[in-house]
Design a protein around this ligand. Structure first.
Ligand SMILES: Cc1cc2nc3c(=O)[nH]c(=O)nc-3n(C[C@H](O)[C@H](O)[C@H](O)COP(=O)(O)OP(=O)(O)OC[C@H]3O[C@@H](n4cnc5c(N)ncnc54)[C@H](O)[C@@H]3O)c2cc1C
Length: 648
């Protein structure tokens, strides 16, 4: 089980959290807004066109940027999977014109509710009003030739200072469009900081501004079934047929959005030619005009034209044709008719620019897909870092394709398998004699790295508590071995603190007594108990980044740990430290006696039959006799970074 942190509670993030939790991971989703899916609420004009029911080929036709990168993601979680996912979770689905899929209720909130309920069911921890300010990594030492990682994630930093440890981080912070929904581009910064390339971004699926002032007079007018052609220096940039809408400063509507989706960067400075009568050929249109003018010989052209185009447009069409609107039908010359036909077929606007992110449906550009594994969504640079959704350099046209990108990439990013987690774990083993400050240092280092501190002493004390509860004497070796084998000890973590459970009972608060300590000292030499505890400790280290301290961690428990440190200090220094500790607790202690006890303990630990204390051949020796705690901590971090960055 990995600790997975998802950044962003939008479409991609929620789906990633569901998918990761389904895979048995412990998932936390962090969202800076006060609620989940703020953007989903406004999609499809509040109805959420959550996918498109087209076939696979058409789907990839509608993906404008890097469609091939999405093959695996779509294969793993297709549009059909998305529809089934929502339907199976109590949200009936309908398919409308253009294969657009919506919830039958027409409520976008139903989509968010399904995901939010599913996260709850799967035990995902959702933290709202929780803004991530950065991603923390540690140097990574690869284990194979194919490894391209030079760092591994260790946790995320929140803006209020807290660190949330993580084995896997899924960044799903969206793009830059509609920043009021929370998509303010934070993920690009995280990606760049981690060494990723972020391609140039621009608003896409967005309205266009035009030079012609009449647009504001036509504002709100929708032209259905018109042909559009964007032309620049005789080159046709984009051609389409469909619906167009006039806005106060230009044009919008499906055909315009699609044009920006396809060729946004080149549209500024182009001419938009609108064919108001695309169903008629030039000859048919001319014949139609002749008919209209003959029938309305005494009527003004602006009135006659009202039968062919929306009446609000008539004067502007005539102006582009160079004809006075008051001219009567009977007065129209052949040349005038040709000019009018041309204006109807090529009603022209001059495009001056694209709308901003405030009104763009999506962001074009983003985290470069060449640096991401398309089969896992994992970074090729930082182990355990994954990306999903709109912040990737992928985008599609309108019609449900962008949300499908979020579902597919989110779902795939969440497929974190046990095997991957296993290969990912980093183990730091700290051994040394009693009183060398191992547990204090191990705890501090684990906190700084965002790793788990495994308190092995607490495990032995838990067994000792069981032995005491059973009334077993410290010298009854046989009874200790038997009871040790039957004791059921397990570990849990609450707020990053290790808890020890004895037959499911949390006994963390009961094991710190002297009586338990003495029993632990006597019973921990027992082979059965040591083997059992070592198995439990190895199991923890198999899937998690851990810092573990003890006497045989580097030699016996985790012989393959990436970093091993042998922490020691002179007997005199250790004795002084121990005396001070006693004094702080108000206990008077005799220095000579304490030093003698330490010497005896060292001898016992080094000469015991099973897994005696000794420095592993590849352990770094750190003598702390003349060092402060802070100096030891810094030295440890340096050793760890050096060891982890030393690639094979
Ligand atoms: C008006 C509008 C209508 C649309 N309609 C449709 C449609 O009908 N069909 C369709 O397919 N697509 C539609 N889209 C596009 C679609 O909504 C997006 O492509 C999709 O929602 C992107 O999902 P995402 O999860 O990647 O990002 P987002 O939905 O943007 O989610 C990102 C989340 O991350 C959070 N976040 C960001 N930074 C941090 C941080 N530092 N810490 C914590 N949390 C953070 C944000 O608050 C946000 O909740 C529409 C878009 C708009 C703007």
């Amino acid at each position: 089980m990995s600790r997975v942190v998802v950044i962003g509670g939008g479409a991609a993030g929620m789906m990633a959290a569901v998918s990761a939790a389904e895979c048995g991971n412990r998932v936390t989703l962090l969202e800076k807004n006060e609620k989940l899916g703020k953007k989903i609420y406004i999609t499809g004009k509040g109805r959420c066109n959550f996918t498109n029911a087209c076939d696979r080929e058409e789907f990839f036709d509608k993906i404008v940027t890097n469609p091939r990168f999405l093959y695996s993601a779509f294969h793993t979680f297709s549009n059909e999977d998305a529809m089934a996912f929502f339907e199976n979770r109590g949200m009936p689905v309908k398919v409308e014109r253009g294969n657009r899929a919506f919830p039958v209720s027409d409520h976008a909130s139903d989509v968010t509710k399904v995901l939010s309920d599913e996260m709850k069911r799967l035990g995902v921890t959702v933290r709202l009003r929780c803004e991530v300010s950065g991603i923390e990594t540690v140097p990574y030492r690869g284990t194979g030739k194919k490894d391209t990682w030079n760092a591994a994630v260790s946790g995320v930093r929140l803006s209020h200072g807290e660190t949330v440890p993580a084995d896997v981080i899924i960044v799903a912070t969206g793009g830059l469009s509609y920043p009021s929904t929370g998509s303010t581009g934070d993920g690009y910064r995280f990606a760049e900081k981690a060494g990723h390339t972020v391609t140039k971004r621009s608003p896409s699926l967005v309205s266009l501004s035009a030079q012609e002032p009449f647009c504001s007079e036509l504002m709100g007018l929708t032209l259905r079934n018109v042909g559009v052609r964007f032309v620049k220096q005789d080159e046709t940039l984009y051609e389409d047929f469909g619906e167009l809408l006039f806005t106060h400063k230009g044009v919008s509507g499906p055909v315009v959005l699609s044009a920006t989706g396809k060729v946004s960067g080149r549209l500024t400075g182009s001419r938009l030619l609108i064919n108001l009568k695309p169903a008629l050929s030039e000859e048919q249109l001319d014949a139609r005009l002749v008919r209209e003018f003959t029938g309305g010989a005494s009527k003004q052209l602006r009135t006659i034209l009202g039968a062919l185009v929306p009446s609000a447009m008539a004067d502007f069409v005539l102006k582009q044709a160079g004809i006075e609107p008051t001219v009567r039908g009977a007065e129209v010359t052949r040349q005038m008719r040709a000019s009018l036909s041309s204006a109807l077929r090529n009603f022209t606007l001059t495009i001056t620019g694209l709308g901003g992110y405030q009104e763009a449906v999506v962001t074009k550009g983003g985290v470069a897909v060449t640096e991401i594994n398309p089969k896992t969504m994992e970074s090729k640079l930082v182990r355990g870092l994954r990306f999903a959704g709109e912040l990737l350099d992928v985008d599609g046209l309108t019609g449900g394709f962008n949300l499908q990108i979020a579902w597919s990439t989110g779902y795939l990013a969440g497929r974190i398998k046990e095997q991957e987690a296993k290969a990912m774990s980093i183990n730091i083993a700290i051994d040394g004699p009693a009183g060398a400050g191992k547990s204090t240092i191990a705890k501090a280092v684990a906190k700084r790295l965002g790793y788990i501190y495994v308190d092995t002493g607490a495990m032995y004390r838990t067994i000792a508590l069981y032995l005491l509860r059973k009334g077993i004497k410290a010298d009854d070796t046989e009874a200790i071995g038997k009871a040790g084998r039957e004791a059921e000890v397990s570990i849990d973590y609450v707020n990053g603190e290790q808890q020890v459970l004895l037959f499911g009972e949390n006994v963390s608060g009961l094991i710190r007594t002297e009586e338990v300590g003495n029993m632990a000292s006597a019973s921990s030499v027992n082979k059965d108990i040591r083997d059992k505890m070592a198995d439990l400790q190895r199991e923890l280290a198999r899937t998690k980044n851990v810092v573990m301290d003890g006497r045989d961690i580097g030699t016996n428990v985790l012989p393959n740990a990436q970093v091993k440190v042998y922490l020691t200090a002179s007997v005199e220094v250790r004795a002084m430290r121990r005396v001070k500790e006693y004094e702080q607790k108000g206990i008077r202690a005799d220095y000579e006696q304490v030093a003698k006890d330490i010497e005896e303990r060292d001898y016992r630990d080094m000469h015991r039959e099973h897994a005696p204390l000794c420095r592993a051949g590849d352990a770094v020796l750190l003598d702390t006799s003349d060092m402060t705690i802070e100096e030891v901590e810094d030295a440890m971090i340096r050793i760890i970074e050096e060891k982890l960055s030393a690639k094979q």
